[in-house]
Design a protein around this ligand. Structure first.
Ligand code: ADP
Length: 248
């Protein structure tokens, strides 16, 4: 009888612990594969905040002594040193808005940054790895134009504004990101293959580990439209028994 009561209590405790544990989702993909757009939609459908690492870095206060070095690296398309990323992400994740979990866009991006997850024993519910041919990505990024105040994104060929160089809503000028020129894009793609693809490989080979950080990984072809990418992600997640609000 005593044992029975103990087992029931243990069950109840584990169920409530599971219900309370934060949900983490991770997006990996070369620049231009659409992690940001995917992350935005997932954030809305799953009700989880999105952590865009580059936005976290950009939002560091100007008084931060390392800000100038960080901005310089970002504009030249170089990765920001791991130690700085570790510090910035630790401060960001400590905010109460992430108590229920988060979607990571652009983190971890090096093998060293994986330690952050290991140190915190974080469990990633699923990882989406987006892939596409480099030439498609170069075209996408080189033609990208942004309305900075709103974040609206255009493309000179596939999604041009009504008037060239002007935002459709405000008429304000569109800008090209400093790291969206062809030379820097190709460098970012090489860095991705060299530094971040090993993170995807790590995720793939660790998903089976019973006490591992990653529970599931899906590989999604991101060469087509965003709608195609989304529906392929949904189909692959369904095969892994992951049901999302946005996938019906
Ligand atoms: P993209 O992935 O398209 O190159 P992002 O907006 O994700 O662009 O990142 C812009 C820049 O921010 C990167 O080139 C790099 O300098 C920096 N950055 C973002 N995330 C990381 C990270 N996890 N580690 C190191 N640097 C990062």
């Amino acid at each position: 009888m005593q044992l029975m009561r103990f087992l029931v209590l243990l069950c109840l405790f584990s169920v409530s612990a599971m219900a309370d544990s934060p949900r983490y989702i991770m997006l990996i993909g070369a620049p231009g594969t659409g992690k940001g757009t995917l992350g935005d939609k997932l954030s809305k459908t799953e009700g989880l905040p999105l952590i865009t690492t580059s936005a976290v870095l950009k939002n560091l206060p100007d008084s931060d002594p390392l800000k100038a070095e960080i901005v310089d690296k970002m504009q030249s398309g170089e990765l920001v040193p791991d130690a700085l990323i570790y510090k910035a992400m630790a401060a960001e994740l400590a905010k109460p808005k992430y108590s229920k979990g988060a979607i990571f866009d652009g983190f971890p991006r090096t093998q060293k940054q994986i330690e952050f997850l290991n140190d915190r024993k974080m469990q990633i519910e699923f990882v989406v790895v987006l892939y596409a041919d480099d030439e498609i990505l170069v075209k996408r990024l080189a033609g990208r134009r942004i309305h900075e105040p709103s974040g609206r994104v255009y493309h000179v060929d596939s999604m041009p504004p009504k008037n060239p160089g002007e935002d459709d809503v405000t008429g304000e000028p569109l800008v090209q990101r400093k790291d969206d020129n062809e030379w820097t894009i190709r460098k970012r793609l090489l860095d991705y293959r060299d530094q971040t693809q090993p993170v995807a490989v790590w995720a793939i080979f660790n998903q089976a580990a019973t006490d591992g950080v990653v529970k599931r990984v899906v590989l999604v072809n991101a060469s087509g439209s965003f709608e195609d990418t989304w529906s392929m992600m949904c189909s692959k997640l369904a095969l892994e028994s992951v049901k999302l609000n946005g996938c019906r």
